[in-house]
Ligand binder design. Structure first.
Ligand code: SF4
Length: 377
């Protein structure tokens, strides 16, 4: 398999003729635009209120803005850039949201109810498809169609809030795509999501999950975005990891682990390490031992994710005794190791599945959309 193409600096701006996407602008940029229109500063606050507190879908709903200003904004700006195409839910409260972008691309988010809280985790996408080609992942079968723009990322959150009527407990970049391969748009979106004038989420409630794009990890660490990091490991040996994840051909484990060690953590903060368990491939106890050695000294917790078996994915799910033994081995080595079960299989809450079905002529196979902090990347 060819080495995956990584584009770490591809902002994918809207074309010149497309409207300005209001939820893709920082509060500062919005203020500059309002000033350019000759409007007082408080108009920016009103705009932000409508966008992020009331979560309106169109300018005409912003009733305390003058008709003239609404008309001027209407000539150049757009509010909603995503349209909900389909929503499915299961008995446990997991909701799968399929969004249609203005160019017809389909993306997805998954809203997972927490059993122990009245708030939810939202898993969002960062790209249409994914370039990384992990062998156990459905999204990989789509390839990369394009990066998502900041507004398309932010709106997955704002529109999920509008639909559910609630704030999210946590937001995880674990849907379609490799977020660090779309760094500029993802970082702009995080800026907007964490700005108290905009969506106002604490950075500690946001997790960016990567398959191991080493320069992206360093850039995220240096960015002051201050979010949590999750790394999809899946194998503690380079040879095996290269078989499962083509990105490992570019960044070896030594480099990846060094980047994890460099990632700035606050007291009590840990990196999440994700490990999808594939029967007879990476579930031997000796590999648990190797994982323990590899991660020694890194403040981390390990999420073990037994694969969802699926047509088209050439792996099997290990038996529960194997999974428990693997977990126990890591725990015995001093790690916080958890087993994360997939959620929502019956509603096709599978990574890339709904979007793949919605795409013209794509084959439909099942895969694993994983519990919070536990996707296969
Ligand atoms: S597991 Fe993640 S990084 Fe790998 S192909 Fe799927 S979406 Fe991309």
């Amino acid at each position: 398999m060819a080495e995956p193409a990584i584009q770490e600096h591809s902002p994918a701006p809207p074309a010149q003729s497309t409207p300005i996407e209001l939820r893709g602008m920082t509060a500062e940029l919005l203020a500059a635009m309002v000033a350019e229109l000759g409007q007082p500063r408080y108009r920016t606050d009103q705009l932000l209120h409508w966008l992020y507190k009331v979560r309106v879908d169109r300018l005409s709903a912003m009733t305390n803005l003058s008709l003239k200003l609404r008309a001027e904004l209407g000539e150049r700006c757009q509010v909603d850039v995503l349209a909900l195409e389909r929503e499915t839910a299961d008995a446990a409260g997991t909701r799968k949201l399929l969004w249609r972008c203005s160019d017809g691309a389909a993306i997805e988010s998954v809203l997972m109810a927490q059993s122990d809280a009245d708030r939810s985790t939202l898993c969002i996408s960062s790209q249409v498809g994914c370039p990384l080609g992990c062998t156990f992942c459905l999204t990989a079968t789509m390839g990369l169609r394009r990066h998502l723009r900041a507004a398309e990322i932010v709106e997955q959150v704002v529109l999920a809030e509008r639909l559910s009527g609630e704030r999210m407990q946590t937001i995880v970049f674990m849907g379609m795509g490799e977020p660090l391969a779309n760094f500029d748009n993802v970082s702009r979106a995080i800026e907007i999501l964490t700005d108290t004038h905009c969506a106002g989420y604490s950075p500690r409630r946001i997790t960016v999950s990567t398959a191991g794009v080493v320069p992206g990890i360093d850039k995220l660490g240096a960015s002051m975005l201050d979010v949590n990091l999750a790394v999809s490991l899946n194998a503690p040996l380079d040879d095996l990891r290269r078989e499962l994840m083509p990105i490992a051909r570019r960044y070896e484990l030594a480099e990846l682990v060094a980047a994890m060690r460099r990632y700035p953590l606050k007291p009590g903060q840990r990196i999440t390490v994700e490990y999808v368990l594939l029967a007879g491939v990476n579930d031997e106890l000796s590999l648990a031992d190797q994982t323990a050695r590899l991660l020694r000294g890194i403040a981390c917790k390990i999420n073990l994710i037994p694969l969802n078996e699926a047509e088209g994915i050439p792996f099997r799910r290990p038996g529960s005794a194997v999974v428990l033994a693997f977990q126990e081995r890591l725990r015995a080595a001093g790690y916080h190791a958890f087993i994360r079960e997939s959620k929502g299989r019956e509603i096709r809450a599978a990574c890339g599945q709904l979007a793949t079905e919605a795409g013209a002529g794509r084959r439909v196979i099942a895969a694993s959309m994983l519990a919070p902090g536990s996707r296969g990347d």
